[in-house]
Design a protein around this ligand. Structure first.
Ligand SMILES: *[C@@H]1O[C@H](CO)[C@@H](O)[C@H](O)[C@H]1NC(C)=O
Length: 345
């Protein structure tokens, strides 16, 4: 699946900060065809909630400055009429770039497939009323979508969708080297250890199966997933590759990293993760998401708090990290990826 034929859409070409819009696509299959399922890839600037036939499927908040990865969902459909609906909003800053892009691969009972893409046939309304996501809601008076750009154009550029490769192909491209909230222009940061966290909430009914994680740090790191030590490394030119298999069914994934700058110098942390989830009751498709090191991560500069790696730790007062360079930019350049290792937690 890809976004090649999809358009970025919104309610107008000039989105403002804190705009909430409802986006809907009603779909009835051609005569004689019966729908079974859909796989959906979607991303937004900057947050969304997704419903199919009024049922909540998932949500996502893509950290600024730009969405760089797509959410992937897989759902069962009704045989005939179906409604795909998004409640999407722009952030309080970065006003002018509100946009959503999606591609929906439909499977019929006879095995044939069809693709729906975001385009000017969708209905979009600002401040949608309660219940707009329901099957019974009548959107015929809603304005049609404004196409604000084709896939690949500025300011949204290319979203990372290396899917559905089997096995998934996860690279470091698009990933940012990050460190604590303030990085001086010189890049020189004090020696010492810093704690980093990123929480990824799982949509209801999405059970994580595996996560593939690429990680390296200048100068060293220890990685934890949901409080369990996964591994460590101390050569920023080599990223480790971990496959984490989930024996339990956690409702969120918490990545925590203790990273150390061994002497006053440049310092950075680089992480890319792809999560594969199996929706409850389905076996033939997976849902997934990418989580990259970017300003969606948090970090603290003080003493390392006890238990910072645990899922329940409260990091709400921690500031967002600062992005320093997008891989493979200087000063770190190209990183090689070590042979994978596997762990079950
Ligand atoms: C849409 O999402 C916003 C939050 O982004 C929320 O305040 C609003 O109530 C939602 N609207 C509907 C109709 O669900």
């Amino acid at each position: 699946m890809n976004f090649a034929s999809s358009k970025w859409i919104w309610n107008s070409a000039t989105a403002t900060a804190n705009t909430v819009v409802g986006l809907r696509k009603d779909f009835t299959p051609p005569l004689g065809k019966s729908l079974i399922a859909a796989e959906i890839i979607v991303t937004v600037y900057t947050s969304l909630t997704f419903y199919v036939n009024g049922v909540y499927i998932g949500s996502g908040n893509e950290p600024s400055p730009r969405p760089r990865f797509a959410r992937r969902f897989c759902v069962d459909l009704l045989p005939s009429f179906n409604v795909f609906a998004f409640n999407a909003s722009t952030s309080s800053s970065g006003a002018n770039d509100g946009a959503l892009i999606a591609s929906i691969l439909l499977t019929y009972s006879d095995g044939t497939k069809d693709t729906l893409v975001t385009d000017s046939s969708w209905r979009v309304k600002s401040a949608p009323p309660l219940g707009f996501e329901q099957l019974s809601f009548d959107d015929t008076t809603w304005p049609v979508a404004t196409v604000v750009g084709s896939y690949g154009v500025a300011p949204w550029d290319t979203v990372l969708v290396d899917i559905p490769a089997d096995p998934p192909v996860l690279g470091l491209e698009h990933t940012e080297w990050v460190w604590t909230d303030v990085v001086p222009a010189s890049g020189t940061l004090p020696a010492g250890s810093r704690a980093f966290r990123r929480t990824f909430p799982l949509a209801p009914g999405q059970v994580p199966q595996t996560a593939t994680i690429l990680i390296t740090a200048d100068n060293s790191y220890t990685l934890y997933v949901n409080g369990v030590t996964i591994g460590s490394g101390s050569n920023f030119k080599v990223a480790q590759k971990y496959t984490v298999n989930f024996a339990s069914a956690p409702t969120e994934l918490v990545l925590a990293v203790l990273a150390t700058n061994s002497a006053a110098s440049v310092a950075g942390l680089l992480v890319a993760m792809e999560v594969n989830m199996v929706p409850t009751g389905r076996t033939s498709c997976t849902a997934g998401a990418f989580v990259l090191s970017d300003p969606g991560w948090k970090s603290t500069k003080g003493a390392i708090p006890a238990g910072f790696e645990q899922p329940g730790f409260d990091d709400s007062a921690w500031p967002a990290v600062a992005g320093e360079a997008t891989y493979p930019a200087t000063p770190w350049g190209t990183v090689t990826i070590a042979a994978p290792s596997s762990i079950t937690i």
